[in-house]
Ligand binder design. Structure first.
Ligand code: NAP
Length: 248
């Protein structure tokens, strides 16, 4: 039997079909948690592969995390399927980059909905169960760009800064019930999201990172797994960078 630091825990990870979310789901499963992996479409083969490789229950759900009714229905189903929820990782996110003068209303609204509103909707959807359990760990994925700003990302930086506000506020509201809420702020991580920027921009960023390389999704996943564990039970309301020293 898997005897990791999360053995027996029930976790939900949004945006877990690839990139950072997949690495987080894999790390939580490796540490013994059963995991519900959410993305825009069902990924049955991926869930079956993780289950058989890691010896825990992994189930895939389609859930547009920006849509309130969908989140309510899917989270109700997941909590019924798993029996409870101990860990929520709000990771799903998109970019729709553009300079201020060229950014369309719909690009601003889509990024706010998927990257910020989703965190409110999913957190609210697990809060009652965690409050009843008088325990739980919620980890939100913000970004270094929330802290520093980034030209071409008015929508994204605003959404990720909003995630920091939600993290601190929800941490205060839920602390009395034994629930921690923290955020990680990744720097430049090697995923589909950054691949689309092209080789030249990636190399430019890499040259500015003190540790001398882009981050890997696993670098973020290790930190999230710690924040989701009882080893971190006295840490709440914190925003923790994982950026190779970029924001040092
Ligand atoms: P990615 O490779 O593009 O993956 C995005 C994930 O989000 C996918 O699983 C995608 O599902 C899911 N998703 C998108 N819209 C969704 C929606 N409406 N409902 C449910 N799921 C949705 O991105 P990533 O680089 O791993 O980024 C993960 C998180 O880290 C994001 O919040 C991002 O902003 C943040 N972050 C990334 C970096 C970086 O350098 N990569 C840096 C800082 C912060 P589908 O496969 O179904 O589309």
């Amino acid at each position: 039997m898997n005897m990791g630091k999360l053995t027996g825990k029930k976790a939900i990870v949004t945006g877990a079909s690839r990139g950072i979310g997949l690495a987080i789901a894999t790390e939580l499963a490796r540490e013994g948690a059963d995991v519900a992996i959410l993305s825009t479409s069902v990924k049955e083969d991926l869930a079956a592969k993780l289950s058989s490789e890691l010896g825990v229950q992994v189930k895939s759900y389609a859930c547009d995390v920006a849509d309130s009714a969908t989140v309510q229905a899917v989270f109700k189903q997941i909590i019924a399927d798993m029996g409870t929820v101990d860990i929520l990782v709000n990771n799903a996110g998109i970019t729709r980059d553009g300079l201020l003068m060229r950014m369309k209303d719909e690009d601003f609204d889509a990024v706010i909905a998927t990257n910020l509103r989703s965190v409110f909707l999913c957190t609210r959807a697990v809060a009652r169960t965690m409050m009843g359990n008088r325990s739980g760990h919620i980890v939100n994925v913000s970004s270094i760009n929330a802290l520093r700003g980034q030209a071409g990302q008015s929508n994204y930086a605003a959404a990720k800064a909003g995630v920091i506000g939600l993290t601190r506020t929800n941490a205060m509201e839920l602390a009395a019930r034994g629930i921690t809420v923290n955020a990680v702020a990744p720097g430049f991580i090697d995923t589909d999201m950054t691949a689309k920027l092209g080789a030249e921009i990636r190399e430019k960023y890499a040259s500015q990172i003190p540790l001398g390389r882009l981050g890997q999704p696993e670098d973020v996943a290790k930190l999230v797994a710690f924040l989701a564990s009882d080893g971190a039970k006295y840490i709440t309301g914190q925003i923790i960078g994982v950026d190779g020293g970029l924001n040092a």
